[in-house]
Structures are given as structure tokens and as C-alpha cells.
Design a protein around this ligand. Structure first.
Ligand SMILES: Nc1ncnc2c1ncn2[C@@H]1O[C@H](COP(=O)(O)OP(=O)(O)OP(=O)(O)O)[C@@H](O)[C@H]1O
Length: 264
């Protein structure tokens, strides 16, 4: 039988980050994912081995179709890999039942999507605490107040999503993702619907969540300027990890992407 859902380490308020190279909190080993069968089979991931360190902001980049979303979905237990394993906070996802995976996602993971996915009829504050209230869990008011302060949402809590700017809506979505102190937040193109100024603001808040709140974030992005806000960039190509770089500038990332562009 499968083991019980994990109790991964909780992030904490901290001004310092874990050293690079510390034990990964999310680890994928020899991860492969194929869609379809026989002649129609597509290999989206091909034996990917990669770790994501605690209290770090990591981005995943690569050309369209390189496997970024598939990797994020497998890491987050939204998709089952064809082979290989994902371990989060010491728990091997392949050993969890669907019900246990759902519990793990609810209790230990946070998600930020391009489309914000806020409930339009609820206020910002109600959206932030929604999953606690649905799950019958206690809302940690002190922690939520801290999030609201860091994300600069104090004067927007009574507003509904339609009364907020795109950047404010995404900050509400970030606060919601962080409200239960997840082990890791997975972000899929979180600035894809925002103009570059607002997107930059959201990325600074994500970075603050890592630097000041001790959060671990893994983000898929197409945008070199967005990836430049992260501590580390993992480059995928054809379903494999091709390279990675730490503390890159936008220019570093563009330089890495440039030869691939001319090669295609
Ligand atoms: N449900 C699916 N069924 C069949 N093929 C799929 C499915 N999902 C993804 N693929 C294929 O797997 C490969 C990787 O797709 P994936 O969406 O992970 O790439 P990506 O790097 O996120 O692309 P993009 O940047 O365009 O979003 C692609 O060839 C894609 O067509």
C-alpha cells in the first residue's frame, strides 16, 4: 500500500536563503513522459533528472514544445510520468494514490497560473483564504496579514477581482498560493497576461516571497526578463535538461537562447 501523505518541511520567515547546492526539496529522477502510442507517440520528457533547492526561485525555460509545462505538471503531481520519480519533501509521488496526491497538492503545494483563477464573486481577502475555508482548516491570520503586507495588498482586501488591476489580481493569487505555507509554489507563466511593467512588479513580489518569506518557487516562463528575476534557470530542449545557469541577467539568458534560435 502507499504511504500516508507527507509532512514536508514548512517554510519560515527568514531574511536569508539556503545555500545553493543544499538538498533539493523537489527532486525529479529519470523522469519520462510520453503521450500517445506507437507511431503517434510523443516524448515530452526524456529522462529528466533535476532538483529544486529550498528557498530558491528557479525558472524553467526552453523553446515551445520542449516539455516545460509537462515537467511542471509532473513535478506538481498533476500528471503521472510514464517512468521515473518525483520526490517532494521526502515523499515519492509515484507511491501516492490519487486521493493522497490531491491531499498533497492541497496541503503542501501552491499554484499560480497565467489566468489568475480568482473567484469573481469573492473579495481579495476571501480569495486569499478560500482553500483554508473550503478545506476546513484554520486560517493563520498572522501569516496572512504578513503576506498582505509583503504583497502590498492592505488597501485592496475588500475589493473584488474586477475592481483590481491585473498585477493586483496576480498578487492576490500569490497570497492565496502562499497562505497555507506550501513546501513549494509552482508558477506557470505568471506574468503571461501582464504588461512588462506590471509583470516586473509581480516578479519582484515572487522574489520577495522567496527572500523574505522563505518560499520555494518553480516557475515556467518564455520571458528572459522574467527568468532574470530568478536565482537559477534550467533550460529544456526536446524534453531534456540542456543547461542551467545561476543568477543570470537578461543578457545572459538571451545569449544562451540565441544559438538555439539560429540553429532552428
Ligand atoms: N496531452 C498531450 N497529448 C499529446 N501530446 C502532448 C500533450 N501535452 C503535451 N504534448 C506534447 O508534448 C510536448 C511537450 O509539450 P509541453 O506543453 O510540455 O511543452 P512546452 O515547452 O510547455 O511548450 P509551450 O512553451 O508551447 O507551452 C509537445 O510536443 C506537445 O505537443
Amino acid at each position: 500500500m502507499t504511504s500516508s501523505p507527507p509532512v514536508p518541511p514548512q517554510p519560515h520567515c527568514s531574511s536569508s536563503s539556503a545555500d545553493p547546492g543544499s538538498m533539493p526539496v523537489v527532486f525529479a529522477s529519470e523522469l519520462s513522459k510520453a503521450f500517445g502510442r506507437h507511431s503517434a507517440a510523443v516524448t515530452a520528457l526524456d529522462r529528466v533528472t533535476v532538483g529544486f533547492e529550498a528557498e530558491r526561485f528557479t525558472s524553467i525555460m526552453g523553446p515551445s514544445g520542449s516539455g516545460k509545462s509537462t515537467l511542471l505538471h509532473c513535478l506538481a503531481g498533476l500528471e503521472r510520468p510514464t517512468s521515473g520519480s518525483v520526490v517532494i519533501g521526502g515523499s515519492d509521488l509515484s507511491r501516492l494514490s490519487e486521493a493522497q496526491l490531491t491531499t498533497l497538492r492541497r496541503d503542501h503545494l501552491g499554484f499560480v497560473f497565467q489566468a489568475f483563477n480568482l473567484v469573481p464573486t469573492l473579495t481579495a481577502e476571501e480569495n486569499i483564504t478560500l482553500s483554508e475555508r473550503i478545506g476546513g482548516r484554520r486560517v493563520d491570520r498572522q501569516w496572512v496579514a504578513h503576506l498582505v503586507q509583503v504583497l502590498d495588498l492592505g488597501d485592496r482586501l475588500r475589493h473584488r477581482p474586477s475592481e483590481l488591476s491585473g498585477g493586483q489580481q496576480q498578487r492576490v493569487a500569490i497570497a492565496r498560493a502562499l497562505a497555507h505555507r506550501p513546501t513549494v509554489v509552482f508558477a506557470d507563466e505568471p506574468t503571461g497576461n501582464l504588461d512588462s511593467h506590471t509583470g516586473g512588479e509581480v516578479l519582484r513580489f515572487l522574489r520577495l516571497a522567496v527572500e523574505q518569506l522563505g518560499q520555494t518557487i518553480v516557475m515556467v516562463t518564455h520571458d528572459p526578463a522574467a527568468a532574470a528575476h530568478t536565482h537559477r534557470v534550467v533550460f529544456l530542449r526536446d524534453g531534456r535538461v540542456e543547461a542551467e545557469t545561476r543568477n543570470p541577467s537578461t543578457e545572459d539568458i538571451l545569449a544562451r537562447l540565441a544559438p538555439r534560435r539560429t540553429a532552428t
